[in-house]
Write a new protein. Structure first.
Length: 314
């Protein structure tokens, strides 16, 4: 199989042996794979794949067809359209996925759209509902509302009956984020638009103090990104006064059982919204596998709404 391969921080497409599925595993013929911030860090050696995942083939989410099933893998049939988050190896023609984390692709989604669903929508769903417990009529703040996770969180919050505010750095993208269901604002001065019951933090430490100022009584802050900085000061008196909660989360290193639970939550709460069109998958750009360098450059350039996706020919 051909796969994106990291060599001294360079990205090249190389031949690799075809993977063979073991017990409970499915070999997926990948048709599309979304890019994520973790891929950028892995390329530079800052975020190695967990044990058992390919160390030199990046990629955390994919969509494709079931090509072969290992012993005991019975949830899907050969040829079924499936998608999943993986610990690595998604940016390849073939990838191994345990059947328990696979999800069926809704019929109305294209391959490109499906390839951009698993990581960003699972991250948003898990952070704002499973962990932060967003409820009907609460106020959700999404920092970084124009990115893949941000656009997913905005739409899921709106679909759950929450009031949604999103910070968007690029003025040209604010109207488009607003169309997804948020009050799209500049990052500066977001405290004035609060208080917020749930804050999804995708930027990191620079927002820490103002998040506390903007938090409602009993509010929750879910930290899932630190691209703007990882360390800062927190006034615990403010957190105590707000009876607030702040927690962090990542998906990649979780054990199989926990990842399977996130897939089941997606099947219950998110896939029906995608299937009926009430939630959509914004795509900023697509690239063929052989243009992976250009795809990564486009991702890092920013100023995009939604996801960057690699298309992989069958």
């Amino acid at each position: 199989m051909r796969a994106v391969t990291i060599r001294d921080e360079r990205l090249i497409v190389e031949q690799h042996p075809d993977p063979v599925p073991g017990a409970g595993e499915v070999l997926v013929r990948v048709r599309a794979a979304g890019l994520n911030g973790a891929d950028m860090h892995q390329r530079r050696g800052r975020y190695p794949a967990p044990p058992g995942a390919p160390q030199d083939i990046p990629g955390l989410e994919l969509a494709g067809e079931v090509a072969q099933r290992g012993p005991g893998a019975e949830r899907f049939s050969d040829g079924d359209r499936v998608m999943a988050i993986v610990a690595g190896g998604a940016q390849a023609e073939l990838a191994l996925v345990h059947e328990r984390v696979l999800m069926a692709v809704p019929d109305n989604l294209t391959w490109v759209e499906a390839g951009a669903v698993p990581e960003v929508f699972t991250t948003a769903q898990d952070a704002i509902f499973t962990q932060a417990g967003l409820r009907l009529a609460e106020h959700l703040l999404v920092h970084g509302g124009a990115g893949g996770v941000g656009t997913a969180a905005v739409q899921l919050g709106r679909a759950a009956g929450a009031r949604v505010t999103a910070t968007v750095r690029d003025p040209e993208l604010r109207d488009r984020v607003a169309e997804l269901g948020a009050n799209a604002i500049a990052p500066a001065g977001f405290v004035e638009h609060g208080p917020f019951d749930v804050i999804l933090e995708l930027v990191g430490a620079p927002n820490l103090a103002d998040n506390m100022n903007a938090l409602n009584i009993g509010g929750r802050v879910a930290v899932i990104g630190v691209g703007g900085g990882a360390t800062g000061e927190l006034d615990l008196r403010m957190l105590m006064a707000k009876r607030g909660r702040i927690h962090g989360s990542t998906l990649r290193p979780r054990p199989l059982e926990e990842k399977a639970l996130t897939a089941r939550a997606m099947e219950r709460a998110v896939l029906p919204l995608l299937a009926d069109g009430s939630v959509r998958v914004p795509i900023a750009a697509t690239y063929p596998l052989d243009q992976v360098e250009e795809a990564y450059e486009r991702f890092q350039a920013g100023h995009k709404l939604g996801n960057i996706v690699l298309e992989i020919d069958p």
